[in-house]
Design a protein around this ligand. Structure first.
Ligand code: BEZ
Length: 256
């Protein structure tokens, strides 16, 4: 994962565990087979690398964040993890599949990512990924933008760390790289965030740091409260916060 985001691996595991929970569906689409070599791109704290390894596949996990990789290695010592940049990686070997969950939206140069994925795959290998698609977290982005502009004169557009392509745009990039796109879907997934009233605050502190780098710690808490006031009507229902996720899920094959 890239950007100015500072990753707090304990917060990620304790408050934002839905990321790996939903990712289990993506592992099912990957359908790992015993002895396959699988590369997990943007593996975070390693839960899905572990899930994939349970099928007997040999997994290598990579993430840009050293604290995330340290946590992954502590939790799953039998798996090989490494720190690396998804926009500039050269894999150590050829893989049967590259897998990625909830990571590609942090990489704003998708052509470089896809070139790396392509070079890591054996002929016939598959790329299976899910990440934020066009319109993802629109209500949150809008509330952040309004508060930063109205109260601080900051243009949030310039600080936005995320890439949320449409299904057409991403399929075209895959095809330009040489892939055959065998599956692609863009769907809504309103996602409940743990801890009731505090949910949006956990999400913002866990994922939206890049917007708040000019602000001190106390101001960050104040800004998150103001964002919550703006977003409440759209995202707070029945006592819980729901992030307005829109996912893009794809499978693409490197022709043999
Ligand atoms: C997502 O999983 O869609 C996501 C997570 C953090 C920031 C933005 C999007």
């Amino acid at each position: 994962m890239s950007s100015n985001q500072v990753w707090q691996s304990d917060h990620y595991d304790s408050k934002l565990g839905f990321v790996s929970e939903f990712g289990k569906d993506v592992v099912r689409l990957l359908n790992p087979i015993k002895d396959e070599r699988i590369f997990d791109l943007g593996c975070g704290t390693g839960d899905l690398a572990h899930e994939i390894s349970q099928a007997g596949a040999r997994v290598t996990g990579m993430d840009l964040s050293a604290p995330m990789i340290e946590q992954a290695q502590r939790k799953y010592p039998h798996i090989q993890f490494m720190v690396g940049d998804g926009e500039r990686f050269t894999a150590d070997a050829k893989y049967d599949a590259v897998f990625s969950n909830a990571a590609l939206h942090w990489m704003k140069n998708p052509q470089s990512v896809l070139a790396g994925v392509w070079n890591s795959l054996k002929p016939g290998g598959r790329f299976v990924a899910e990440f934020g698609g066009k319109g993802n977290v629109d209500a949150i982005v809008q509330a952040i933008g309004e508060v930063l502009r109205e109260d601080y004169g900051i243009d949030a557009g310039k600080l936005n760390p995320w890439y949320f392509p449409s299904i057409a745009e991403y399929s075209m990039l895959l095809e330009q790289q040489g892939f055959r796109v065998t599956y692609a879907i863009h769907f809504d997934r309103p996602t409940r965030i743990k801890d009731n009233e505090q949910g949006l605050n956990h999400w913002l502190r866990g994922f939206a740091d890049s917007f708040f780098t000019a602000l001190g710690e106390a101001e960050r808490d104040a800004v998150c409260s103001k964002i919550a006031v703006k977003a409440r009507n759209d995202l707070f229902h029945d006592g819980s916060w729901y992030a307005d996720y829109k996912r893009l899920r794809v499978m693409a094959v490197k022709p043999g």
